[in-house]
Design a binder for this molecule. Structure first.
Ligand SMILES: [Zn+2]
Length: 285
């Protein structure tokens, strides 16, 4: 099921973080999420062609664009940003625009995947091949909904990963978890640490993952937070729980520049969404 907020996400320019150091800044320099004009789309294709020529690391069937916009198309190219110690690649897989995120520690080439949602071969392509392929050792599932784990067994088998989820959702997953994580725990890979934030409401065991980058926090929200609202809930009690956790554990402690990466669709920032919190609470979804 698609679990985004009803009514869809507003498509508007969001505040930008500093462009990642390696970003060539082609076409438009800021990292923004917005509808692209035909001219921009053409520019994007041109940028992809340039990447194909100059990026020696392009070794897979999934094109990877080093211009991080926060938007990916189902079946389309992946996008990658370089935060220095960490690179983040985003690809849309499956029929419901599910996002899979590949995080690679620059120093050690150890990698972690968030949501092996679908299309295991494309995910494997994203990881890459050859001597420079990062070592994918960790596989985090943000929550139990089946559109987020269609490729879990296949990717785990291909890469011999360590499977990680929250204990309340782990029993609903198709393969056993090697590690369960609670609110406040950390997941380490290479020299990178992710903090686990438990957000109750979309499912009982939904988690978000926080990376505190030099340029600001980066937050992977699963289906608990989207541009335009919290994830879907099925009762007033669950909605209250999710909004309460989002206020207490996300919007409260984290600054506006926090960039977040949802389980479907485009990225946003907490600063862009924060003014809408009262409206979300008033409407009840
Ligand atoms: Zn979901």
């Amino acid at each position: 099921m698609f679990d985004g907020p009803r009514g869809g996400a507003p498509a508007a320019v969001i505040p930008s973080l500093s462009p990642p150091p390696s970003s060539p800044g082609r076409c438009h320099p800021a990292d923004v999420t917005r509808p692209r004009s035909p001219a921009e789309s053409a520019c994007r294709v041109a940028a992809a062609d340039v990447d194909a020529e100059v990026t020696a690391a392009k070794v897979s069937a999934v094109d990877v664009l080093d211009e991080y916009t926060g938007h990916t198309d189902p079946g389309g190219a992946a996008i990658r940003r370089d935060l220095g110690p960490l690179t983040i690649s985003k690809v849309s897989v499956g029929p419901m625009d599910n996002n899979a995120y590949l995080l690679v520690c620059t120093a050690t080439h150890e990698a972690l995947l968030i949501d092996a949602a679908n299309e295991p071969e494309r995910i494997a392509d994203l990881v890459g091949s050859g001597p420079d392929r990062p070592e994918l050792r960790h596989l985090v599932t943000t929550h139990r909904h089946d559109d987020h784990w269609q490729a879990l067994g296949a990717v785990a088998g291909m890469f011999q990963t360590r499977q990680i989820a929250h204990p309340l959702d782990a029993p609903s997953l198709p393969i056993p978890m090697d590690e369960v994580v609670e609110d406040g725990d950390t997941i380490a890979f290479g020299e990178i640490e992710l903090e686990v934030i438990h957000l109750r409401g979309h499912t009982p065991g939904s988690i978000a993952l926080l990376y505190r980058g030099a340029d600001g926090p980066h937050l992977f929200t699963g289906d608990s937070l989207f541009p335009g609202g919290p994830g879907k809930t099925w009762s007033a009690e669950d909605f209250g729980s999710l909004v309460g956790d989002l206020e207490d554990r996300v919007f409260g402690p984290l600054p506006d520049e926090t960039w977040f990466y949802p389980g479907h669709g485009d990225d946003s920032t907490l600063g862009r969404e924060r003014p809408s919190l009262p409206e979300w609470k008033a409407r009840g979804w």
